[in-house]
Design a protein around this ligand. Structure first.
Ligand code: DGY
Length: 322
C-alpha cells in the first residue's frame, strides 16, 4: 500500500503519531493562528487524510483538497464540518463516540455539584483570605441529592449523566429527546417529557444535544423564562445552543441561580465576556473529555479510523453525512 499525505492538526500522543508515520507521510500543523492557517491550506492539495479537531472545515477548504478521502475528527461532535459537501464528494467523516462518554458525564455531574454547592465561590473566598468566621446563611449552597435533574438530549452522554443522578444521588430524572428512547434506568427513576415540562420541573437543566440548525439558540429568553425560578443551567454540549445575552439576563435578574458552562459561543472565551467573571457562572475551558485516559483513547480511535479508511477498510466510527 502506498504512503499517502496526512495532515495532522492536533497534537496526539507519541505512540499514536508513530502509528500514523508507519503508514503515511504526516504533515503536522498545530498553530491555529494565521501562519498555521496558511500552512494548513498549503497542505490540502496533496492531502488524502485530515486528522484533528478545533478547526472549522468549510467547503472552500474541500475545493483545495481534490484527493481527500477521509477526515478523522478527534471529537464526538461534528458540527464544524460541512456534512452535505463531504457527502457530495464521498469524503468519509469519522469521529470518536463512546470513548469519552463517562469522562464528559463526570464533568457534567461535577458542574451540577460545584454550582449548587457554590464550590467555586467558596474556593475563591478561601484563596482570597476572606474566610474569617464560620459560614453564615448567605454563604450556604443548596442540596443536590433528591433534586430533579432534566436532560435535554438523551444520547450516550445524557444517559451516563442520568445514571449518576438517579443511581448515585437519588435524583428524579426527566429527559427530552426528539425520538422515543429507553431511559436505561429502572421505570420509576426517569421519565421522558416534553421540553416545556422539563424546563418547568427541573432544578438542574443539563443541555446535551448536538449543535444543529434546529438546536442553535434553542435555550433563549423563552426557554429560560420557562425554567423554574432558582434553577441551574449546565451546558457542556456546544456554546451556540444557549443564547448568552439571554442567559446573563436570567442570571442578573435572579431567575436562574447559577450556570455551569464548559462551552461558549466563541472559544476560547473572549476576555471581555461577562460570563468569564460573573459571580454565579462556573466557566470552564471546554474540558469535558480532557483527561489523560480519554484524550489518549480518542487519539487512538481517530488514528485507527483514518488508517482503516486509507487501507480501504471500514472505520470504527463513521459519521453519517447523508
Ligand atoms: C467533542 O468530542 O465533541 C468534545 O466536545 C470536544 O470537542
Amino acid at each position: 500500500m502506498s504512503r499517502q499525505s496526512v495532515l495532522l492538526y492536533r497534537k496526539i500522543p507519541a505512540e499514536q503519531l508513530e502509528r500514523l508515520r508507519q503508514e503515511h507521510e504526516v504533515v503536522e500543523v498545530y498553530d491555529h493562528g494565521e501562519a498555521g492557517r496558511q500552512a494548513f491550506l498549503a497542505t490540502l492539495p496533496q492531502a488524502r487524510g485530515l486528522i484533528g479537531s478545533g478547526v472549522e472545515i468549510d467547503e472552500s477548504m474541500l475545493d483545495r483538497a481534490p484527493h481527500l478521502r477521509v477526515i478523522s475528527s478527534i471529537s464526538v461532535g461534528v458540527d464544524h464540518y460541512p456534512l452535505a459537501a463531504l457527502n457530495r464528494r464521498s469524503i468519509v467523516l469519522c469521529h470518536t463516540p463512546d470513548v469519552l462518554t463517562e469522562s464528559v458525564a463526570d464533568l457534567l455531574f461535577g458542574m451540577v455539584i460545584a454550582t449548587s454547592r457554590r464550590m467555586f465561590e467558596m474556593a475563591r473566598m478561601v484563596r482570597e483570605g476572606r474566610w474569617r468566621q464560620s459560614l453564615e446563611s448567605a454563604d450556604y449552597g443548596w442540596d443536590v441529592h433528591g433534586k430533579t435533574l432534566g436532560i435535554i438530549g438523551y444520547g450516550r452522554i445524557g444517559r451516563a449523566v442520568a445514571q449518576r443522578a438517579a443511581l448515585g444521588f437519588g435524583m428524579p430524572v426527566l429527559y427530552h429527546t426528539r425520538r422515543p428512547v429507553d431511559s436505561g434506568l429502572p421505570a420509576n427513576a426517569a421519565r421522558a417529557v416534553e421540553l416545556d415540562e422539563l424546563l418547568a420541573q427541573s432544578d438542574f437543566v443539563v443541555v446535551m444535544v448536538p449543535l444543529t440548525e434546529q438546536t442553535r439558540g434553542m435555550i433563549g429568553p423563552q426557554a429560560l423564562a420557562k425554567m423554574k425560578r432558582g434553577s441551574i443551567l449546565i451546558n457542556a454540549a456546544r456554546g451556540p445552543i444557549v443564547q448568552e445575552p439571554a442567559l446573563l439576563d436570567a442570571l442578573d435578574s435572579g431567575h436562574l441561580r447559577a450556570a455551569g458552562l464548559d462551552v461558549f459561543a466563541v472559544e476560547p472565551l473572549p476576555l471581555d465576556s461577562r460570563l468569564r467573571d460573573h459571580p454565579r457562572v462556573l466557566a470552564l475551558p471546554h474540558m469535558g473529555s480532557a483527561t489523560h485516559e480519554t484524550r489518549t483513547a480518542m487519539a487512538d480511535m481517530a488514528v485507527s479510523n483514518l488508517l482503516s479508511v486509507l487501507r480501504g477498510d471500514p472505520p470504527l466510527a463513521a459519521f453519517p453525512t447523508a
